[in-house]
Write a protein that binds this ligand. Sequence first.
Ligand code: NAD
Length: 543
Amino acid sequence: MSNAFYSVPTAVNEPIKSYAPGSPERIALLSVYKEMYAQKPIDIPMYIGSEKVRTSQKIAMAPPHDHKHVIGHFNRGDTGHVEKAIQSALEAKDAWSSLPWEHRASIFMKAAELLAGPFRDRMNAATMLAQSKNVMQAEIDAACEMIDFFRFNVYLMQEMYSNQPDSQPGIWNRMEYRPLEGFVFAISPFNFTSIAANLPAVAAMMGNTCVWKPSETQMYSAQVIMDLFHAAGLPEGVINLISVEGPVAGDVIFKHKEFAALHFTGSTSVFQQLWKKIGNNMEHYRVYPRIVGETGGKDFIMVHKSSDAAEVATALSRGSFEFQGQKCSAASRGYVPNNIWTEVKSILVEQVSSFKMGSPEDNTNFINAVIDERAFDKISAYITYCNDHKDAEIIVGGEFDKSQGYFISPTVVVTTDPKFRTMSEEIFGPVLTIYVYEADAFEETLDILDETSEYALTGSILSQDRYAIALATKKLENAAGNFYINDKCTGAVVGQQPFGGARGSGTNDKAGAAMNLLRWVQARTIKETFVPATDYPYPFLQK
Ligand code: NAD
């Protein structure tokens, strides 16, 4: 039995490796990538309790930048597998939730160290290969952000447990932070390997057991995540990975009495459907389920007339096109004043035209492929829409080709209509739309920006004028959960810029922050009285 109050090491962000030419990390990572590309196709099972489950429904996986090259299969399951996964999570619950917290902390601290060391290349290479991220995009996501999630969440867990109520003389008040009753369902998106790992991991860290359904286009790195968890000592059954179609899994899970919480990241429309399903099934549940969702965005860069043109162009080009615009935080609408537009346009077009596009295996490629054919068709349809519309002009990009991989050139559209379709709808690809406004209409343009989309995830104000910065910060206070001043609107770092949006962008529970951890516990207050009363009359009852 432990008889001490332990403290975990202070969390620090994992340093980002440079992968400069000739560096040992570049040589090592590219060699693992090539090995994974060329190896015999792998067969990824579902992980249910102690079983690795395979089915007759094999779904092929291929790199988005090279879609005829099969790198493996995953096994699609059915409702029976969902039921087994729930059963397994429930069976694992007692032992896991009774394990002293320092052991849960150790497992995730160990996972962070394994990922910083022996697992780093494999996790990064899997993300490059199957999600088409370049070296740097893989490194900041699959290695650094995932490590940061584990380290910071462990630290925050300890802080939460040490947060105790005051006591008056003669009594002792205490607070326990118990895991939720039942199991947690984690549903993750394709675009961040770190988010995929964090959704089930943070709930498990707080003593819950989970059913995890990754995106089908992230299954390749999902297997590396399961290997990492097991190498770190996570007991079987704590996180059960199922590869079952979303609606099939949802039909079983959202009717289950022991369903305790949904931890979701993905599109707004899917999240809204799931919320409705949960609402319609309320009478089935033992508890009111927690619903935590980070969803879509229509992220903006608002530019004031005092801004420097090169800073504006660079914020737009980096903020919009890294990882092909498939970051939930990617800038996809810009508001640029007409006094600097000619200069901004010239630098922006020059920068975007110089981007190299191709496989992540070639480190000089800044842009890779979009995730799959469905995304390619959807994004290219938006480009065609812009081409067909008199209110829009494509000033760079606009080409797309899926013969070898799902490649879409980074595209900048200029519109004369601030409410144009591509100024308000999430495209989730390399398409940026810019509205050029009258330089003196800054305040009115802030109002237009605020009203134009249903989302409120990220946004930036670029300005050299402090009054303009203050005005934008106030007027746009509900337009973004992550607001940047003189920076692009992407690149949030765990522990520094807690991430999440409001309005249609989610419940804003800030992944990697204390607010998020609180969603996975239910507190029990305990009051102990040392010398209890022995008779009922209070003094006021006396004559
Ligand atoms: P998606 O909504 O298509 O899928 C997300 C997950 O939901 C996948 O695992 C999918 O299989 C599952 N799903 C789909 N329909 C379902 C259903 N009916 N029942 C149960 N599960 C279902 O999203 P995506 O294409 O994987 O990811 C891109 C989206 O995610 C974008 O909208 C992006 O903005 C958002 N995103 C948001 C954040 C954030 O922090 N706000 C982070 C990453 C991604």
